[in-house]
Design a protein around this ligand. Structure first.
Ligand code: PLP
Length: 385
């Protein structure tokens, strides 16, 4: 099988599993316990936090471990917006882009439904980019928070985060970015990016599902969503997932150490794959930005097919990919991301996303490109009969 669905999830790396193993077995202590097992778990957690903060270029105390990207996004959106509203009641608007992951979009809608916020949505251009002008147009004195994802999970478009964050900062508005798909591929230094909050998730990087982290800049106020024993400096109660934190830290450190070389190598393979698909599949359309895109994502529409049928045909040929984001998979509605890019419903329903991890090879992508050509041709022929 050729696995081209790494944006949905990745297998746990051997080094990550090895690093986690002691904390799942012999060193099973609770970091809050006052005995040697607990102390050893607390030390592992502190080490993991230091490693994550090293990659993000922040202080250890600015990293909160969560159960994944979804929780990190929820904590950032609700936690920061509610804390700001509590300090100043007029701060009752949040800004998100039109192509956010549901973890951000639905958090904003929750704030709207239950806490009196208005949600301002920044449109994107045909390539999925948020422009500075579009952000400037929605900022108001009442804006409590801006959230724009670093890189999109369906089309791979990368946003000019440093410029967008600088604009928000010039108005004293906290800026959050969902870096779940960017982690491992793009620089994550939070100071260089100028962001106040940033979410990451382990399972997109070779760590297990169910572990993630949120960076929150030192003086940013944030309300916890999960109350209890006050772990994670009161930001996220609950006995810490020590092994998960160690796994996330190990995966992130490994990815960071190889980021430049991996990104360059995979981007070159991606471009060859895109060229092969566009060159051999009639009427294939690349979605997202032609250059400002993740090295790991190639996404297309194949008019005259249905994305789901192409997907099934590809799987029959041994290539596994996705017809959109894993979260929206299984629904017939066109992807809101593709709709926001101005792609017509009929065409949006023909979308297929191929996404790669660092282990992808040239041979696999050549085989996959041939399979795409055959699969699209077969679905189109069947559609005519
Ligand atoms: N944000 C983005 C951009 C994602 O792609 C995903 C996962 O698909 C998430 C957030 C959610 O992360 P998790 O699966 O760790 O909850």
């Amino acid at each position: 099988m050729i696995f081209l669905d790494a944006a949905a999830t990745t297998p746990v790396r051997r080094e990550v599993l090895d690093a986690m193993w002691p904390y799942l077995t012999g060193e099973f202590g609770n970091p809050s316990s006052h005995h040697s097992l607990g102390e050893s778990a607390a030390a592992a957690l502190a080490g993991a936090r230091a490693a994550v903060s090293g990659v993000l270029g922040c202080r250890s105390g600015e990293v909160t471990f969560t159960s994944g990207g979804t929780e990190a996004d929820n904590l950032a959106m609700k936690g920061i917006a509610l804390a700001r509203q509590a300090t100043e009641a007029r701060l009752n608007r949040v800004v998100i882009s039109a192509i956010e992951h549901p973890a951000v979009e639905e958090s904003a809608r929750y704030l709207e439904r239950f806490h009196g916020f208005a949600v301002d949505v920044i449109p994107v251009d045909g390539a999925g980019r948020v422009t500075l002008e579009a952000l400037a147009a929605v900022l108001r004195p009442e804006t409590a928070l801006v959230s724009v994802m670093y890189a999109n999970n369906e089309v791979g478009t990368v946003q000019p985060i440093a410029q967008l964050a600088a604009l928000a900062r010039s108005r004293d508005i906290p800026f959050h970015t969902d870096a779940v798909q960017a982690a491992g591929w793009l620089p994550l230094d939070v100071k260089a990016l100028g962001v106040d909050a940033l979410s990451i998730s382990g399972h997109k990087l070779g760590a297990p599902k169910g572990c993630g982290a949120l960076y929150v800049r030192g003086r940013t106020r944030i309300e916890p969503l999960v109350h209890g024993g006050g772990q994670e400096r009161g930001r996220r109660s609950g006995t810490e997932n020590v092994a998960g934190a160690v796994g996330l830290a190990t995966a992130l450190t490994l990815a960071h150490a190889q980021q430049l070389q991996t990104a360059e190598r995979v981007a070159a393979l991606r471009d060859r794959f895109i060229g092969a698909v566009l060159g051999t599949v009639p009427r294939a359309v690349l979605t997202g930005h032609p250059t400002e895109r993740l090295p790991s994502v190639a996404s297309f529409c194949f008019p005259g097919t249905s994305g789901e049928s192409v997907l099934l045909e590809l799987e029959r040929q041994g290539v596994v990919c996705s017809s959109g984001s894993a979260c929206a998979a299984g629904s017939d509605a066109p992807s809101p991301v593709l709709t926001a890019l101005g792609i017509e419903t009929e065409v949006a329903q023909t979308a297929v996303r191929f996404s790669f991890d660092s282990s992808i090879s040239a041979v696999d992508l050549e085989t996959a490109a041939q399979a795409v050509q055959a699969a699209v041709a077969s679905v189109r022929t069947l559609g005519r009969t």
